[in-house]
Design a protein around this ligand. Structure first.
Ligand SMILES: [Fe+2]
Length: 468
């Protein structure tokens, strides 16, 4: 792969970048309300004992996430953008994610649930006041409402984290949602793979107003031809790997993956269990149900995803391959904001925003297909990519190193596309996520890819195979 940095982003739409200040304010208010409605729903769903409990050493108590949401909003919108006095300076350290590990937060003198609720409401009043009285220009932090967009995304990211805590919590179901739309059924899905021709595409963005520093800048990446799965790997496909003894055969696993498989005693995706008759069941937000065949598999770690891919003779896509399959429009040569185009995600495009509490069956979102014909790139499950967490060429940290810079080069793999638990405001086709390769309490799945054969590469470039 060769990377050629460019200074312009011919791909970028100019719609949002030219949005009026009043329109930006309206949008911020609407999105701040939406994220708060969700935070309240996730924390009101359980009693106070549950809010302060540690449901897993991997997760914070829910009441920590709630007050941390308020703390970040206070730091950025009330103090920095608004220039107001601190509300509760004495609690800053408690809610600094870098000072306390998730496992240790339960032992801190945290705000009680009523105190946390009062705190986030007071912060919100002052943040809205700052929004009304601050010109959204003259300073990069506020251009196009960036700081507000960053805080909207931060709250939604913690809402997804809280949703993952709900999945780890024992007890009766407390969250409810409509089932996702049906798919057309396995027989009508068409080809399992899509051939992506060789050539350059624009990765990342220099113009998307609320894109985070790690998505910038736009740059050209030239990839050889490759083949990528049209859909994510399903439960039925993954079950075949489990049943074939895939977890017992080190041939399919990397050395590190196998060591982890053995040490953690992995035998199937998290939350799965097989009964005496051989039927696989899963626990999903307190509901125990048979594993649905046609849904993307979820709650697998990077090592499991990579082992499955090896078993079928493929590999995981790189991050650049994933983004090209999601964004590149071969007819125009430009990269889209979303797989389907530049239009904001609607209910028919993708399974986003916790409208449903599970991934949707394959083919459930025909309106969300990418220009190259790849389905369900956004929503459903975060997709593991075989790429480490690295900056793009020309990366500039903004506005603080702890968002992404301090994690570059660490023991992480990239995840793309968001899940059913990701809000549309917190994901786009350029959005990059990362986590440790052993994590699977997140809503993580994958699709496979492979190098194009010589014949496929020739076919995709229009050169006749036997011609010269
Ligand atoms: Fe945070």
């Amino acid at each position: 792969m060769t990377e050629v940095p460019t200074v312009t982003d011919p791909a970028a739409p100019d719609g949002d970048a030219t949005e009026s200040e009043a329109a930006v304010r309206d949008r911020v208010v609407r999105l701040l309300e939406r994220s708060r409605t969700r935070s309240i729903a996730l924390t009101d769903a359980v009693d106070e004992a549950d809010l302060v409990a540690q449901h897993s050493p991997l997760m914070s108590p829910l009441v920590w996430d709630l007050a941390h949401i308020g703390s970040q909003e206070e730091l950025w919108l009330v103090r920095d953008v608004g220039g107001r006095e601190p509300l509760r300076p004495e609690i800053d350290g408690l809610y600094d994610a870098f000072q306390h590990s998730r496992a240790s937060r339960v032992d801190l003198p945290l705000l009680t649930p009523p105190e946390a609720r009062a705190y986030v409401a007071e912060v919100r009043d002052k943040a809205l006041d700052a929004l009304g009285s601050t010109p959204l220009r003259g300073r990069r932090l506020v251009e196009h409402g960036f700081a507000f967009g960053m805080i909207v995304q931060h709250e939604q990211q913690h809402d997804e984290t809280m949703l993952a805590t709900h999945q780890l919590r024992a007890g009766a179901p407390v969250l409810h949602a409509e089932p996702p739309p049906p798919g057309p059924g396995p027989a009508r899905l068409g080809a399992r793979e899509v051939l992506v021709p060789a050539g350059p595409f624009v990765q990342g963005t220099s113009t998307e107003p609320w894109a985070l520093d790690n998505e910038r800048p736009a740059h050209t990446v030239d990839l050889p031809a490759f083949v990528i799965d049209t859909y994510p790997v399903t439960n039925a496909e993954y079950t075949a790997f489990v049943e074939a003894g895939g977890y017992d055969d080190p041939r399919w696993w990397s050395a590190r993956g196998w060591a982890h498989r053995v040490e953690a005693d992995l035998r199937a995706p998290q939350f799965w269990e097989r009964d005496a008759s051989g039927t696989w069941w899963r626990r999903r937000f307190g509901v125990v149900e048979p594993v649905p065949a046609d849904e993307p598999v979820v709650h697998v770690c990077f090592h499991e995803a990579a082992a499955y891919a090896a078993w079928v003779g493929k590999r995981l896509p790189t991050e650049a391959e994933w983004e090209k399959a999601a964004r590149h429009d071969p007819a125009t040569g430009r990269s889209r904001r979303y797989p389907w185009g530049d239009e904001e995600p609607g209910a028919g495009h993708a399974n986003l925003g916790q409208r449903h509490l599970q991934p949707a069956p394959l083919g459930a979102y025909p309106a969300g297909v990418s220009a190259l014909g790849v389905h369900q790139m956004l929503g459903d499950v975060w997709e593991w990519c075989d790429s480490g967490w690295e900056p793009y060429p020309g990366f500039e940290m903004f506005p603080y190193p702890e968002y992404s810079q301090v994690f570059f080069g660490g023991d992480y793999k990239v995840l793309r596309g968001g899940s059913f638990g990701t809000d549309p405001s917190a994901v786009r086709a350029t959005f990059r996520n990362w986590d440790h390769p052993i994590r699977r309490q997140i809503f993580s799945g994958f699709r496979c890819a492979r190098d194009a054969s010589a014949a496929e590469a020739a076919e995709s470039s229009g050169v006749p195979t036997g011609g010269r």
